[in-house]
Ligand binder design. Structure first.
Ligand code: NAD
Length: 386
């Protein structure tokens, strides 16, 4: 019997289940690339469209796991040595966590998790796990690659328009009973004709570029692996060999690379100084890719026209985190990849990973981040251990 320790975000303050705005979800049969959707066998254990990512949703896993005689522990209590997560960790064979409410698996915690064999990220982005420590401990790390890429790409497009067109302050003026058009528009521009650049054009970054193409912007990217000439031609992309060259050329910078030791503070004071005055920065990748306080200073100095995204450090962000009150911010809590639509896909992918694990079948290569003591699958293509 295995113990599965699952950390999920708290239920809605109004109780569970919430009153849903719609019934069901559109049926998707494939991802935009040639990759196939999660394909667990047997009953799903949930109805697509339900809130699955909070504690009572249990990712729909209870019947499946208990049907096999395994124990499922679900908690949102994840931080500090007295948390349920840390207390239960020594018993856990499998840990499941979501980036939105990450159960940080540090080297110290991994040392306490003597039975742990598999750490699943229900979503994308496994930087909340010390991947080097996990590989040294022989733990497999897997995530549901592809599951929420379009959810995040849609969030980025929304955010580009919200920042550049000054949507959020204008909406607040309308809610507050005001009508000063000049106050609304004195920071409002069209995106048409602007230069947009993404640092990282993997599954999400490329989906963002595709979605922005009809807005008649000039599109730029830089990343470790250059895209095919067909894709570059289709989207009329300008490739930059490095981050500095990209940020010097664009009006909007989008971050879409994973966080690992050498991408931490990729955007620091010096890199911000290379950007045009009035740049907009969108970060739905990970907060530690940027220097938090350098961003605040650059916004206050009028160098950055707007900063938005949904990723913070730590998560949940403390009430006094400076980005909460920073001018011209379009921040949300970490939500881009956990729409009800995304949850149905990453819950199904989590079930697929568990089924493969318990049936001793190989986990889909695309889902692997760490296996057999080193980076594997998507991990080998997108991460580094240093
Ligand atoms: P991906 O693996 O498809 O793409 C990442 C790309 O980054 C790869 O193509 C890789 O070549 C490139 N890359 C890695 N290191 C680089 C470097 N130093 N310089 C340039 N390029 C580099 O991943 P994805 O699905 O597009 O997701 C990207 C990231 O987005 C995730 O790692 C995660 O942190 C974040 N994410 C956030 C949310 C959210 O809800 N906000 C949801 C999903 C993913």
């Amino acid at each position: 019997m295995a113990t599965v320790l699952c950390v999920l975000y708290p239920d809605p303050v109004t109780g569970y289940p919430p009153e849903y705005a719609r019934t069901g979800l559109p049926l998707l049969t494939s991802y935009p690339t040639d990759r196939s959707m999660p394909a667990p066998t047997g009953p799903l254990g949930f109805t697509p469209g339900e809130l699955l990512g909070s504690v009572s949703g249990e990712l729909g896993l209870r019947n499946y796991l208990e049907g096999l005689g395994h124990q499922l522990i679900v908690t949102s209590d994840k931080d500090g040595p007295e948390s349920e997560f840390e207390r239960m960790l020594p018993k856990a064979d499998i840990v499941i966590s979501q980036p939105f409410w990450p159960a940080y698996l540090t080297r110290e915690r991994i040392a306490k998790a003597s039975k742990l064999k598999l750490a699943i990220t229900a979503g994308i982005g496994s930087d909340h796990i010390d991947l080097k420590a996990a590989s040294e401990a022989g733990i497999t790390v897997a995530e549901v690659t592809g599951s929420n890429c379009i959810s995040v790409a849609e969030h980025v497009v929304m955010t580009v328009l919200a920042l550049v067109r000054n949507y959020l302050p204008s909406h607040a003026i309308s809610v507050d009973g005001g009508w000063n058009i000049a106050d609304c528009v004195s920071r409002s521009y069209d995106v048409e004709g602007m230069d947009f650049g993404t640092i990282g054009a993997g599954r999400i970054g490329l989906a963002v570029l595709r979605r922005l193409k009809p807005f008649d912007m000039r599109l730029h990217y830089t990343q470790r692996h250059r895209l095919s000439t067909e894709i570059e031609a289709e989207l009329n992309l300008t490739f930059h060999p490095d981050v500095k060259s990209l940020v010097q050329s664009v009006d909007i910078v989008n971050l879409q690379v994973p966080l690992y030791p050498s991408t931490e503070h990729l955007i620091d004071e010096a890199m911000l100084a290379e950007m045009k005055r009035g740049v907009y920065i969108i970060n739905t990748a990970r907060a530690k890719l940027v220097d938090r306080d350098a961003i605040v200073r650059a916004v206050e100095a009028g160098h950055i026209a707007g900063y938005a995204g949904d990723v913070w450090y730590p998560q949940p962000a403390p009430p006094d985190h400076p980005w909460r009150s920073m001018f011209y911010n379009g921040m949300t809590p970490h939500i881009a990849g956990t729409s009800l639509s995304a949850q149905a896909r990453y819950a199904a992918g989590t079930l697929e990973i568990l089924q493969d694990y318990f049936e001793k079948k190989p986990i889909r290569e695309d889902y692997l981040i760490v296996e057999a003591g080193g980076l594997a699958g998507t991990g080998a293509r997108s991460y580094q251990l240093t």
